[in-house]
Each structure stands twice: as C-alpha cells, then as structure tokens.
Design a binder for this molecule. Structure first.
Ligand code: NDP
Ligand SMILES: O=C1OC[C@@H](O)[C@H](O)[C@H]1O
Length: 395
C-alpha cells in the first residue's frame, strides 16, 4: 500500500477470548502497520474479555504487552457492551462462534469471526442475515485469503497464466497418529471433542476448501459462480469427530473438480521440510501453480508452464516482522482488510464475501452429513440465546 499524507483510519478492537489464536491475532494487531507498508489504516486495542475470569483477561493483556489503557473484562457480555469498541474479534472454539458472534451483532458490533465460521450451514445463514439486517460489517477470519501470496495466486489464475483451471487439489493434514489407534490430542481437546465442534474438517479441512474455492469459485465471474456437487467420505475417531475426511467437489458447468483433503492421521508435510512437495496444486490447461504448505500460512508458490521448457518460477512471500515488537504472524492483513471495509462503509469484504463463506459452509455441512458426524444440539442450534452457556462461560 503506497504511503499517503491522509491520516490513517483507526479501528478500535475488542478481543473475545484469550486462547492461542487470540494471542497470535492481537500481537499482530499491535504491530506497526508501516512494517508491512500499510499506511492507510491502523488498529487500536480497546479491550479483551475472558469468559473464565478477569484475571485471565489481565494475564492475556500482560502476555501480549498491551497498552496500559486496555480494559480487561470478565465476560463476553461486558465486552460487547463497551461503546468504545468498533469491532469484535471472536476467537473462541468454533462450537461457540454462532452464539458469540450473534451476541456481538445484537449489541451493534461489527464482527471478525474465526474459522470455521459455524457448526452448521443454517447458523451461517442466520449470522449473515443478522449482519445484513443490522447493517454491520461481518467477516469470517480466513486469514490466508488476505496474504499477498494468495492475492498473487488469484491474479495469476484470473489472468489466464496457467490457462483454464480445471482442477485443484489441496491438503491440510497433521500426523497426530499414536500407536494403538489413538490420536495425540486428549479427548477433551477442541480438535477431537464433539462438544467443541472437534474434527479435522472444521479445523483444518476449511483451508483445503479455501484453496479449492479460491482456484475454482472465487476467481470465476460473479454471474458464473456455481455451487459444487459434493461427494465425501469420512473416517471417524472414537469421540465421533472426523479424523480423516476427503471431499470431491464437482463444478460441472465449468468442467472443473476440486479435491479437498484433511486428516489427523497423516501429515501433508511428512518430515516438516516440505519433502512431500506442494500442499496445493492448481492445474490448468496451460500449466500449474503449486503452493507449498502449510495451507493456512504458505510462504512460497511455484508456477510451472506447460511449454516452459522445464523452467519453474519460484516465488517467496515472507511475512514481514515488526522488529520493535519482535513479531509478525500474518494475521494483520485480515485486520487491515476489516479496517478498510469499515472505513469505506462496506458490510462485507470482496476477498471473503458472505456468499462464499456460505457456499463453503454448505459444503462442510453436506460433508458432515454424508459422513454421519453429528454435533450436540447446544452447539448446533441456530436459535440465538444470549444466556447460552456458550455466551456466559458456564462450562
Ligand atoms: N486462524 C488461525 O490460524 C487459527 C484459528 N483458530 C481458530 O480459533 C478458534 C480458537 O482456537 P484456539 O485459540 O486454538 O483455541 P484455545 O483453546 O487456545 O482458545 C479458545 C478460547 O476460547 C475461550 N472459550 C470459551 N469457552 C470455551 C470452552 N468451553 N472451552 C475452551 N475454550 C473456551 C477460552 O477463552 P476465555 O476463557 O478467555 O473465554 C479459550 O482460551 C477456533 O475456532 C480455531 O478454529 C485456531 C488456531 C489457528
Ligand atoms: O486454523 C488453524 O491453523 C493452524 C492449526 O494449527 C490450527 O489447528 C487451526 O485451527
């Protein structure tokens, strides 16, 4: 973003929850935008809330070296009632997203909500309807979409650099296999616990789908976008959550197919050195784009042309670091996008449009149905309840 003489637009954030991703995101929020050559927007941290205790919120603020003025709240209700806050970042487990994001929207707050957006497609529909009705900005926090790397890959596809794209294969899998059939997560962990919407698909498979959608859906002209037909298979873990899930997406109008893979039994990156090759392959009539994993935070892509004589273009896209804070994870770009949308009065981002969040959630919903995964009513209901234990923290 080129520098300008106008004062940057400031957006005031409230952080809902104090777990791992809340820490990563908020540290990014506090980096200096100039370190990523952004000069038109800036972020202010107003408050963070923990549903567990005020002490936990205070410890969080201390951990991320928040400005001393930042408020610590002991409940999500208090956070969404703070008139100083423009936008709430929802960083709870996906089981909680529907109720928590509804809580914020109903309090009149704009929302950036972590992936996977919801547990069911009906919940996503309800959230989007609410944001539309209340004229509030709302975005699913799929940070990867806002990376310069992703923008570049989408531009290459749109410019026809690899011809007509007919197939995309994407994988995000972690090898957490243990001898004896167990997976290396405690049964209570959000990765495998049905009460927390556990399973490979909602946590990791969403990124495989993100790449399939970026390659075969997002890059299509608006009028030509088509919802894919889904054929899916799921192997379940003993908790009932999906441990390995494979999805074929057929876009018949475009004669294209996507294959989205995820697993907690084998890893995309077999030896942590990318020796297994690309995590994402976008295949066109004139060439292929390969994106090196992990699919959620890719740092390199390759372009191989059919008639390129064996030449491979390798492009590195490092994440800029703010040396003063010794930090830079890559989540700041989605925060910048949110800020620009707020500045420009946009309710949704063109990079992560509502219709696409819905289309992806529809695919995940259908996949879970085909695989027979069922989540408890408390987290699957699409009836908003401000006093739900998911909003009050009474676990
Ligand atoms: N974009 C990305 O790269 C990533 C995104 N995520 C997404 O972020 C979300 C949170 O993941 P992560 O931060 O790893 O999870 P954590 O378990 O580390 O944190 C979740 C936080 O949610 C709050 N919470 C409220 N109710 C519960 C409950 N019943 N059980 C557990 N936590 C609860 C807690 O904060 P408190 O007690 O303060 O209320 C807790 O610290 C998920 O939806 C995940 O998909 C996760 C990792 C990476
Ligand atoms: O979004 C995510 O990306 C990184 C993974 O480690 C994490 O489980 C997932 O939630």
């Amino acid at each position: 973003m080129a520098s300008s003489t106008a004062a940057p637009h400031t957006v005031k954030w409230g952080i809902m929850a104090t777990g791992w991703i809340a820490e990563m995101f908020t540290k990014d929020l506090l980096t200096n935008p100039a370190t990523r050559d952004v000069h038109d927007v800036r972020h202010e941290l107003i408050a963070a809330a923990s549903s567990s205790s005020k002490k936990k919120a205070e410890e969080f603020l201390s951990l991320i070296r928040a400005p001393s003025s930042t408020k610590a709240y002991a409940s999500y209700h208090e956070l969404v009632a703070d008139p100083e806050i423009d936008i709430i970042y929802v960083a709870t487990p996906h089981s909680h997203h529907f109720q928590n994001a509804m809580l914020a929207l109903n309090a009149g707050k704009n929302v950036l909500c972590e992936k996977s957006l919801t547990v069911t497609a009906a919940q996503t529909r309800k959230l989007l309807e609410t944001a539309r009705e209340k004229k509030l900005f709302f975005m699913e926090a799929v940070w990867t979409r806002h990376f310069p790397l992703s923008i570049k890959v989408r531009e290459l596809i749109e410019s026809g650099a690899i011809g007509t794209v007919y197939r995309a294969i994407a994988d995000l899998s972690f090898n957490r296999d243990l001898p004896g059939g167990k997976i290396d997560f405690d049964d209570s962990n959000r990765m495998v616990n049905l009460d927390l919407a556990g399973g490979a698909l909602l946590d990791l498979g969403i990124y495989s789908l993100t790449w399939v959608f970026q390659a075969l859906y997002h890059t299509q002209p608006e009028a030509e976008k088509e919802a894919p037909k889904v054929v899916a298979a799921i192997n379940k873990y003993h908790t009932g959550a999906d441990e390995t899930t494979s999805i074929i997406l057929q876009f018949s109008k475009h004669k294209s197919m996507g294959i989205a893979l995820t697993s907690l039994r084998v890893g995309t990156d077999v030896d942590s050195h990318n020796s297994g090759g690309a995590a994402i392959r976008i295949q066109g009539s004139g060439g292929e784009i390969q994106v090196m994993g992990p699919a959620y935070r890719p740092l390199q892509y390759k372009v191989i042309k059919k008639d390129g004589g064996g030449k491979i273009e390798v492009v590195d896209c490092p994440i800029p670091k703010d040396n003063d804070r010794d930090w830079g994870h890559g989540m700041f770009w989605e925060a910048d996008e949110s800020a620009r949308c707020l500045r420009d009065g946009k309710l949704e981002s063109a990079t992560m449009p509502w219709s696409e969040s819905q289309a992806i959630m529809d695919v995940m919903d259908e996949t879970l149905k085909q695989g027979g995964v069922e989540y408890p009513e408390l987290i699957a209901t699409d009836v908003f309840d401000p006093q739900s234990p998911l909003n009050t923290g009474q676990r």
